[in-house]
Ligand binder design. Sequence first.
Ligand code: DAK
Length: 257
Amino acid sequence: MDFIKVTKDHAPYVALIELNRPKELNALNIQLMSELGETLKALDTDDEVRVIILTGNEKAFAAGADIRQMAGKGTIDMLQGELFGIWTQISKTSKPTIAAVSGFALGGGCELAMSCDMIIASESAQFGQPEIKIGVMPGAGGTQRLTRAVGKAKAMEMVLTGKFIDAEEALRYRIINRIVPVEVYMQEATKLASEIAAMSPLATQLAKESVNRAFEVSLEEGLYFERKNYYMLYSSEDQKEGMNAFLEKRKPDFKGK
Ligand code: DAK
């Protein structure tokens, strides 16, 4: 891996993926995206991993897709997917994902963070969809996920002006979970990841799937889907372990079975 660093045992059952093109502010080139896609695929089926943290560095989570790589491309290149095929992979990850964001999260970088399930931001985080300034528009969820999160008026303003918003504004508009000082944003993301990793991985996976379903279907269908997932968990050992541990006044030891 040239452009990402993977630590599988960052904390018990928590994997850490660090984007690693610091000189280019972690601009997302084809190689980085394909390394990220392969890694996510592998971690998603790894029993030793229950939660995935995605981060950059203090200065930049990611300043967007690599403009140098895109500048000379045509429509057919885009359609053929060499550059962008991997993007859909990210939101397909079945395990909970947390973006730990400091500095710039712009364009594809903002979309990448928003593809994660939760975002912990440092005080220096800045979010934006500046594609309009380079003659294009968001293409990986910036008009859809952002609009669902912040509503039409704010999404229009961000997408049509390309202006960045700071962490405070991102919190106000519910793009992120919380803001912490730069020195501890990784610690905070790890704490959240570890808390979730201590739960039954079967329950977290089905709960994640059910929450995501709320954005796709009617309330009635969503409730039906939720109930099926709920019933399904009663065939797991983790359900017995969780409930017995409660009754026996001890901590549960979930095995993902
Ligand atoms: N691409 C390539 N290089 C970049 C870059 C980017 N997005 N962002 C920064 N860099 C490079 C700069 O060129 C510079 O390199 P050198 O000149 O030193 O070689 C280095 O990183 C440091 O950047 P600056 O010198 O500009 O640093 P500043 O602190 O002055 O400014 C900045 C930081 C983040 C405000 C500025 O670099 C900037 O505005 N960057 C571009 C931000 C941007 O426009 N991002 C959106 C890109 S378009 C899709 C999937 C994804 C996408 C579309 C479709 N599908 C699945 C269909 C995504 C598209 C995009 O993200």
